[in-house]
Design a binder for this molecule. Structure first.
Ligand code: URA
Length: 235
């Protein structure tokens, strides 16, 4: 029998599940060697019932010290970009591909990303986001290997991910990279500006699927300026 959840209860259930998952992560010290060198676990934070999930690479020094994602200068830029589209951090969920800081902020190794994957997978299963936004190359590669971030940023890509089913992605640049390459800021702003429209479309799609079992064609979606009327369906 299908369990009916009253409106408003679903977010409580998801937040409860996320809390339990966090406790599981905290007590698991053996996932990979990063757990031994971290100061704090950085599991991710935000609304477990969010429509949009941002995924970064891994915690930096400040995040490691405080156990919270994106609280340094890249986080400040992320918060500003969210505010520019009328979102607050509590409206979204922010996670990382690895939950513990790689020493000296080096890139996470493939085996560390692999070891941490079950946690991210469970977070996605709980949240069931309409849209996943990988921030930067490392986060993108976990889902969309062999793609170039400069080529696919701002594009809406549907992909069947093993263990997760079909997910919708819009990769964009990592805010930390944009702090080094200020000339990319306009691209990041452009990509963020599309988010509300994309979510509107995806929400309508989910509702349509629930009622009629059909989906609204991607080509019916208009995002941004005229140049971008046609969306690419790459998968
Ligand atoms: N960069 C990331 O990728 N994640 C954080 O949490 C902070 C900086």
């Amino acid at each position: 029998m299908e369990i009916q959840i009253e409106n408003g209860k679903e977010d409580l259930i998801k937040n409860e599940k996320m809390l339990r998952l966090r406790q599981e992560m905290e007590s698991s010290q053996s996932c990979c060697r990063l757990a031994k060198t971290r100061l704090n676990l950085v599991p991710g934070e935000g609304n477990a019932d969010a429509k949009v999930l941002f995924i970064g690479e891994g915690p930096g020094r400040k995040e490691d010290e405080e156990g919270k994602p994106f609280i340094g200068s890249a986080g400040k830029l992320l918060t500003e970009l969210l505010q520019s589209i009328g979102f607050e951090r509590k409206d979204i969920f922010i996670a990382n591909v690895v939950k513990c800081r790689p020493p000296s902020n080096r890139d996470p190794l493939p085996e560390e990303v692999k070891a941490c994957w079950p946690w991210l997978q469970k977070q996605i299963e709980i949240i069931q986001p309409l849209l996943i936004i990988p921030l930067g190359r490392h986060a993108m590669e976990r889902f969309l290997p062999d793609m170039k971030i400069s080529a696919v940023r701002g594009k809406i890509l549907r992909k069947n991910v093993a263990g997760l089913g079909t997910q919708v992605f819009m990769p964009t640049y990592h805010p930390a990279a944009v702090l080094y390459h200020r000339e990319w800021l306009k691209f990041l702003q452009e990509d963020f500006a599309k988010i509300p429209k994309i979510l509107e479309h995806l929400e309508a799609n989910r509702a349509e699927e629930k009622t009629n079992g059909t989906t609204i064609e991607w080509d019916s979606m208009e995002i941004g300026n005229n140049k971008e009327k046609k969306q690419e369906k790459m998968f």
